[in-house]
Design a protein around this ligand. Structure first.
Ligand code: AQP
Length: 355
């Protein structure tokens, strides 16, 4: 049975998924996309545009297709390189859906009902609250476990889902594999800075694709003047000291954003800003750093987005490579769970079932 320990060269496998919903924002970039780009240096990097997850909230089928291309082009513009990673569309690899069902049969209903994301979204969603929304974390577990990935780069909001997937993998291994790591129990990787970027207008809630304010959300493709305007209008707090504190969520968020943009710690930003004349200077520094960071992504995006055939080709090649890995895991999972015809050794001895 293929397991991560037997991987050629011992390279770590890194996997993450991202939804093709709406326009991607600064939180997605610092929490996830930037980590994806760095992961290409480190090991076998696999990234999935999770269109099946996007069906769990109200959506328009035509818009979904075009958002998928938007996101594929954005990921490439941000630095993913098809020669150095596998980039694919979730629905092109049917093993994700099959594994979801198999793992759903190992997941407690009550735990899914208590998940924060399910509770929040089912309360605010005006249209159908589907069983798909409840099963969202199981599909996410299937995404990662199908690749026996060791590391999952995500933002802070995904911590609870990662814990569930780890527990599902452990339960599978205990119940069906005699405690062996037939499914790898993955580690999450949450960045030290930028793991939870907050809305600029409501700095006590996270920057988000759905339900956030337009003015409080910096999109990765915002032009320089839009970035400057949003940062200038960001809600700050009373006082004038540029330090983080629980009663200063607005300033704390701006410090965190600047630290993430400059790839340093928030303490360093506080030290650099110690002699600043006030919040205006902090905002100027944030706007300048974001414009510098995002300009090259915006420039690369246009030409990439305009060639949908090329994007399809990249996704198709990625899906073929992804499927080769996921189908091996599925064959093992099916065999261990007693599903389908028994796997037989190629020697032809019909009495011997391979596991
Ligand atoms: N505010 C954030 N700060 C840091 N990381 C964040 N992420 C999301 N928001 C923040 C991380 O981005 C990755 C992709 O998340 P997704 O696939 O859920 O995409 P999304 O729908 O665009 O994410 P949102 O904004 O959180 O949308 P909602 O809440 O509307 O569904 C993940 O790794 C996530 O942690």
């Amino acid at each position: 049975m293929a397991e991560s320990s037997g991987r050629a060269g011992g390279a770590r496998r890194i996997f993450s998924g991202i939804q093709p919903t709406g326009s991607k924002h600064l939180g997605n970039y610092f929490g996830a996309i930037r980590q994806y780009v760095a992961a290409q240096e480190e090991g076998e990097a696999i990234f999935c545009i999770v269109d099946l997850h996007a069906l769990t909230v109200p959506y328009d089928p035509l818009r979904l297709r075009s958002s998928l291309y938007d996101l594929a082009a954005l990921l490439l513009a941000a630095g993913l390189e098809p020669q150095r990673c596998i980039l694919f569309r979730q629905s092109d690899v049917p093993e994700h859906s099959e594994l979801t069902w198999l793992l759903a049969c190992l997941t407690e209903l009550g735990r899914l009902q208590r998940m924060h994301q399910f509770r929040d979204k089912s309360l605010t969603q005006r249209e159908l609250v589907s069983a798909g929304l409840l099963l969202y974390p199981v599909l996410q577990a299937a995404d990662v476990l199908a690749y026996r990935a060791e590391v999952v780069p995500v933002g802070e909001d995904q911590r609870e889902h990662l814990e569930l997937m780890r527990d599902v993998a452990r339960r599978f291994n205990a119940r069906f594999a005699g405690g062996r790591q037939a499914l790898v129990v993955p580690e999450h990787r949450i960045p030290a800075v930028g793991a939870r970027i907050m809305d600029l207008q409501e700095p006590t809630r996270k920057m988000t694709t759905t339900g956030g304010s337009e003015e409080g959300t910096i999109y990765l493709l915002d032009c320089e003047s839009a970035i400057a305007k949003k940062v200038r209008r960001a809600v700050t707090d009373s006082g004038h000291e540029i330090t983080r504190a629980p009663d200063k969520p607005g300033v704390s968020n701006l410090i965190e954003i600047l630290a993430a943009a400059r790839s340093c710690s928030s303490e360093e930003i506080e030290a650099q800003m110690a002699s600043a004349r006030g919040y205006g200077e902090l905002k100027e520094a944030v706007a300048a750093a974001l414009c510098e960071l995002l300009e090259p992504i915006r420039e690369r995006y246009g030409p990439l987005r305009s060639d949908e055939d090329a994007l399809e080709e990249i996704l198709a090649q990625g899906a073929a490579k992804a499927r080769a890995i996921a189908s091996e895991t599925l064959a093992d999972v099916r065999a261990l769970m007693g599903v389908g015809a028994p796997k037989r050794r190629p020697s032809g001895d019909p009495a011997t079932v391979a596991q």
